[in-house]
Design a protein around this ligand. Structure first.
Ligand code: ZN
Length: 171
């Protein structure tokens, strides 16, 4: 069975930055399931996997425009540490949702933590970077109607709605 829109694909992957080494990997964990064609993964990875079958291994370099986008300048700001709750655990790479000046909700990342100052950045930490992926296709299966309706895989390694009150989520 080939990787195509509407299939649940399980992959092992390692994401590397040529400068800093391994950024993320599924090594030592179960393979990552995703629903192909529903933007679960960055566009460049889904394009590279299209048409492959279980057992295939590929190396792909995804440019920013098919990864996490270009880095936009002037997207960082310094805020006082006291703007965060006293007991909040704040660390570099942490992501949270915040409103911008126009009132739009969007993700923000913490790029630096100093004694009194926290530097926040609206760019994804991998924006502007080439993403070097090693990927192995472990399994390809049909998605269920429910998975297609939700836009993500369920079951082993997928979304677990058993704790959701509504049975739906926005991930
Ligand atoms: Zn779901």
């Amino acid at each position: 069975m080939q990787v195509e829109k509407g299939k649940v694909v399980m992959i092992h992957f390692t994401l590397k930055d040529p400068d800093s080494g391994v950024i993320d990997t599924s090594e030592g964990r179960p393979p990552l399931p995703y629903l192909h064609g529903f933007n679960n993964l960055v566009a460049g990875v889904e394009e590279a996997l299209e048409g492959l079958e279980a057992g295939a291994t590929i190396q792909v370099v995804v440019p920013p425009e098919k990864g996490y986008g270009p880095r936009s300048p002037d997207s960082t700001a310094e805020v006082p540490r006291s703007a965060f709750p006293q007991d909040a655990h704040i660390f570099e790479g942490m992501q949270f949702m915040a409103e911008d000046d126009q009132g739009n909700q969007g993700p923000i990342w913490i790029s630096e933590v100093r004694a009194e100052i926290v530097v926040i950045d609206r760019n994804h930490p991998l924006a502007g970077k080439d993403l070097h992926f090693d990927i192995e296709v472990v399994r390809v299966r049909e998605a269920t109607a429910e998975e297609l309706a939700h836009g993500h895989p369920h079951g082993e390694g997928g979304h677990d709605h058993s704790h959701d009150e509504s049975g739906h989520d926005n991930n």
